[in-house]
Design a protein around this ligand. Structure first.
Ligand SMILES: [Zn+2]
Length: 263
């Protein structure tokens, strides 16, 4: 039903980019296309915290939610939840968030210390480079686009032992041997790769003369643009107006797309 409405809306306003469009609360004020800023590659040898690319990562997370509504929503440090450090990007699928909040609401005492939640392809690119360069004490790192923290259903919790049972009662599995801080919400969809697609869309929106394929694959062309992308974020960030075009063009291919914004 929702997609039908979107199709009608698109058909009525055209897609030539010239037709005036009514103000839309979901669309932020338009900036100018820009890839200006501190290139991500400049942090390959200068830091060990992905907080340096948090603003760019926030745009990627928001764009992902535009592509797949409900699959990556922001969560907050409500009672029972604390963010440990500035590199936490607090996004999860809406189902995972609901179960996280339920577990937090039941527990008294010390809040869970979340050290990592969502991670974007840009953050994973840096972690992987630091690993390859033997930096930052990293002993293993997934390829960009492949980390389970790019799935939208993962959390790392510093004081994990106090939360295994409570989170387990709400669908959060303590499931990775040798990675005790890690939890997965396995009934939520694994959207790995959606962050790569979101990055590609942001890049194309901001580099009109340097377009790349929007295929969700982290290949050499995408890697080259990740290196050049501005850590502070693109001139134009997420825009859910673009979601309508995506929904029309790829609705059959977007198997994991589940609309939970109806609530
Ligand atoms: Zn983890």
């Amino acid at each position: 039903m929702r997609r039908l409405v979107l199709l009608i809306a698109l058909a009525s306003c055209g897609d030539d980019g010239k037709t005036p469009v009514e103000p839309d609360a979901a669309v932020p004020p338009a900036g100018m296309p820009s890839i200006a800023g501190t290139p991500v590659s400049s942090f390959e040898s200068s830091t060990c915290s992905t907080s340096v690319v948090i603003e760019l990562s926030r745009q990627i997370a928001e764009e992902t939610d535009c592509i797949m509504p409900g699959q990556l929503v922001a969560f907050e440090a409500v009672p029972g939840i604390a963010f440990a450090g500035s590199a936490v990007l607090p996004y999860l699928s809406s189902k995972a968030r609901a179960d996280l909040y339920a577990a937090a609401a039941e527990a008294g005492g010390t809040p869970m210390q979340i050290t990592s939640a969502f991670r974007t392809v840009v953050q994973q690119y840096l972690l992987n480079r630091w690993f390859e360069l033997g930096r930052c004490g990293i002993t293993a790192a997934a390829e960009p686009g492949r980390s389970n923290h790019e799935s939208g259903r993962a959390l790392d919790i510093g004081n994990y032992s106090a939360w295994i049972t409570k989170l387990g009662a709400h669908g959060w599995s303590h499931d990775i041997p040798g990675d005790p801080v890690h939890f997965d919400h396995l009934s939520s969809p694994d959207i790995r790769g959606a962050d790569v697609l979101a990055f590609q869309r942001l890049w194309n929106r901001n580099a009109p003369d340097d377009q790349i394929a929007e295929d969700g694959d982290f290949g050499p062309a995408t890697e080259a643009r990740v290196k050049r992308a501005p850590a502070e974020g693109f001139g134009i960030g997420a825009t859910c107006a673009a979601r309508r075009r995506f929904a029309v063009v790829t609705r059959d291919a977007a198997a994991p797309l589940v609309d939970e914004h109806a609530e």
